[in-house]
Design a protein around this ligand. Structure first.
Ligand code: BGC
Length: 715
């Protein structure tokens, strides 16, 4: 099959003119109002792809709704009237939903449930395909330690292992088992690589990444996507070692293809070829085009550098025909693998939006993280008298988060309406309208439910903040409400981790709900009343204050046993004199409405030889987990390792396994993990994977700060 594709691609290529080849490596944007311009370019050049977007900025500019008929029209032109009849890739940023919006990706990472996420993306792809889209710019896999960066919302959090599992799940959800299956979308792993290291969390900024960190922190999610068969990759805007990725042959060819084994094609991020001028690497678009194609960018997104200059570059010999052909072939092969030549059109299918909404609700419940629940305040009993307050009680659009371009199909309820639907009108005996009724004190309610959050427009692309604390108005509101002496439930709708130290004492219960899309509020109301349970665990650390950033669990040990995250302090010195070193809530943390007790960790055998490990032997590690509460509940059992002595400094803990399971009240289950070659090694700076002899601590716990460990050795 593969050889067939290669052969066919070469045959098609042999019939293409230079002009048509340049068309193939070009993506133009369809902005809704430029139908004729797009049609003309397709007819004349056989353009490779159209992106349905009129701005790159996280979709905050109103976008033209996608219509199947229009897409079919473009596809028809492409296959019937363009020079070689090559079908078109029709791309859009379908990120965490199309019609029905699911939780932001950071929220979905909190589910620790790749199978669920795969099924989420099956729904998303069906809706997008139904509108004629056949290519998406997702998953976004930027490893990030700085929540001031607005794009942390799009990624999978601070752990490379979790991110690689989520990456594979999203790719499989979009692409199915086989790219040629009807109704699937080609996925695009982005932004390759290192964009999440933007200094100070300032978007589009400089990044400083060692080869060692690149291999172990930034690349694993891309390895996950490539191993899952991702069809395309998008480069990042940043530079590494002084070379912008758009011009880096090392990153785009040596590492991506040579080390990771990627076989699809690379698209540039929006105008990132032309931006080589801004980096000071190219003097003009022509030089930028030459640098990019030589580095390994196969298709140019919207900035026309290839379109305008490739002919000249090839004719004068700066770019060889072979270099251009390589790019064209890669694009053709993906189109062939997708079966676009046989079946170019996406079709309308029966889509049950109700079912997708139910899946979205399930994703919300799996992503919500219960951070605090003093005196088992939650779930509330049906007859509790409540007061609803907070600015997010009435907001609707904000729940859709960044990158929700299409959205529609079901009406999003306000939080107030959703709670009213569950609790009944009579339960709400005091109803405060957002921030405007600051002066009111809830006197008659048993519990205050306060809906807090950040606007979606302070998250996403080109949105960075200096402070990740909740707004002063919302802080003031909480302090004021607390004067009532009533217990307060904080329902937090945020697109990034927030620093809650100042307000945490005012809140008796906290549920972190992210920006969770179409079913966010309905799910939140159900969770509050115990109709379902919040089962998410933090995929990122919640620091106490902004100044602790960067604060992440997989930290390296440092020289003097002073890693505050783990409560260490050296000679009475703290990390900071004015703040505790621990996070407010650590990675992997999340409570349940019931309680779990872990028995000590056991290993069937605690010593194996390196030879055996290399030939596939693994340690069988297990733990008993008992539901000690009165309710059935879901636990995420997490396995971390620490490579105690190694040839490189290794993190204090590294997640290497997790299992999410429902355990009945009173029941005890044995949870087993196998850890071997893939889990016990790390990458050297040159990309070589190594497993070394020595001792490892293995923790099987409910979050990264709990202790339940044993020691194993590789001899
Ligand atoms: C973003 C990408 C996005 C592209 C197309 C860029 O500005 O960085 O994530 O896929 O625009 O909209």
């Amino acid at each position: 099959m593969y050889r067939d594709i290669e052969k066919r691609a070469k045959e098609i290529l042999s019939e293409m003119t230079l002009k048509a080849k340049i068309g193939q490596v070009t993506q133009i944007n369809f902005m809704g109002n430029n139908v004729d311009e797009v049609a003309e370019k397709i007819r004349e050049y056989g353009i490779g792809s159209v992106i349905l977007s009129n701005s790159q900025f996280a979709g905050f500019v109103e976008q033209e709704s996608v219509k199947l008929d229009r897409m079919t029209y473009f596809q028809k032109l492409s296959t019937e009237e363009s020079p070689n009849g090559i079908p078109l890739l029709i791309g859009r940023d379908v990120i965490h939903g199309h019609n029905i919006i699911f939780p932001i990706n950071l929220g979905m990472a909190a589910s620790f449930d790749p199978e669920l996420i795969k099924s989420v993306y099956e729904c998303i792809r069906a809706e997008a395909a139904d509108d004629g889209i056949n290519w998406t710019y997702s998953p976004m896999l930027d490893f990030c330690h700085d929540p001031r960066w607005g794009r942390i919302v799009e990624g999978q959090g601070e752990d490379p292992y979790l991110a690689s599992k989520m990456a594979a799940a999203i790719v499989r959800g979009f692409q199915g088992d086989d790219l040629s299956t009807e109704g699937v979308l080609a996925a695009c792993a982005k932004h390759y690589v290192g964009y999440g290291a933007s200094e100070g969390g300032r978007d589009y900024n400089h990044t400083e990444i060692s080869d060692y960190a690149l291999q172990n922190n930034y690349l694993p999610a891309f390895r996950g996507a490539v191993n899952a068969g991702v069809a395309t990759v998008m480069n990042s805007f940043n530079e590494i070692n002084g070379v912008p990725v758009a011009a880096s042959r090392k990153a785009l060819t040596d590492i991506l293809r040579g080390q990771l084994g990627f076989e699809g094609f690379v698209i540039s991020d929006w105008a990132s070829i032309a931006q080589l001028k801004n980096h000071g690497l190219a003097q003009d678009n022509k030089e930028a085009a030459s640098l990019a194609i030589k580095a390994g960018i196969d298709m140019d997104m919207v900035d026309n550098c290839y379109f305008d200059y490739m002919e000249e570059l090839v004719n004068e010999g700066t770019v060889s025909l072979n270099e251009l052909d390589t790019a064209v072939l890669r694009i053709l092969k993906i189109k062939l693998k997708m079966g676009l030549f046989e079946r170019p059109y996406q079709k309308h299918t029966e889509i049950n939006l109700e079912e997708h909404a139910a899946k979205a609700k399930q994703a919300c419940e799996s992503s919500f993280v219960l951070l605090k629940n003093s005196n088992s305040l939650l779930p509330l009993k049906a007859n509790t008298n409540i007061c609803i307050a907070g600015p997010f009680a009435d907001l609707i659009e904000e729940h859709t988060g960044s990158w929700a371009l299409e959205k529609g199909g079901i009406e999003i309820k306000s939080f107030r309406a959703a709670v009213t639907a569950v609790a009944g009108e009579k339960a709400i005996i005091e109803d405060f309208d957002g921030l405007s009724q600051h002066y009111l004190i809830p006197r008659n309610s048993d519990v205050v439910i306060c809906a807090l959050g950040e606007p979606r427009r302070v998250t996403g692309e080109a949105q960075s903040l200096t402070s990740i604390e909740i707004s002063n108005e919302q802080k003031a509101l909480l302090k004021h409400l607390k004067r009532s002496g009533k217990p307060i439930v904080g329902v937090m709708f945020y697109g990034r981790p927030t620093a809650l130290q100042e307000v945490e004492p005012y809140l008796d219960a906290i549920i972190y709900c992210w920006h969770s899309g179409s079913m966010s509020t309905v799910a939140a109301a159900d969770v509050i009343y115990g109709k379902s349970e919040p089962t998410g665990r933090l995929p990122v650390t919640l620091p106490r204050v902004t100044g602790q950033i960067p604060l992440y669990y997989n930290a390296l040990p440092g020289a003097r046993h002073m890693n505050g995250y783990y409560g260490e302090s050296g000679h009475d010195i703290l990390n900071y004199n004015d703040c505790e070193g621990t996070p407010l809530y650590p990675f992997g943390y999340g409570l349940s409405y019931t309680g779990f007790q872990y028995s000590s960790v056991k290993a069937e055998c605690d010593k194996l030889s390196l030879e055996d490990i290399k030939s596939g032997a693994s340690f069988n590690i297990s733990v008993g987990v008992k539901n000690t509460g009165a309710l059935d509940g879901t636990e995420v059992v997490q396995l971390y390792i620490r490579d105690s002595i190694a040839s490189r400094v290794r993190p204090l803990r590294e997640l290497k396994g997790f299992k999410k399971l429902k355990i009945k009240a009173g029941e005890e289950v044995r949870v087993c993990f196998e850890i071997g070659y893939d889990e016990l090694g790390f990458y050297l700076e040159n990309g070589e994977y190594t497993v070394e002899k020595g001792k490892f601590e293995v923790f099987v716990v409910s979050n990264c700060l709990t202790d339940n460990k044993l020691e194993i050795s590789i001899l």
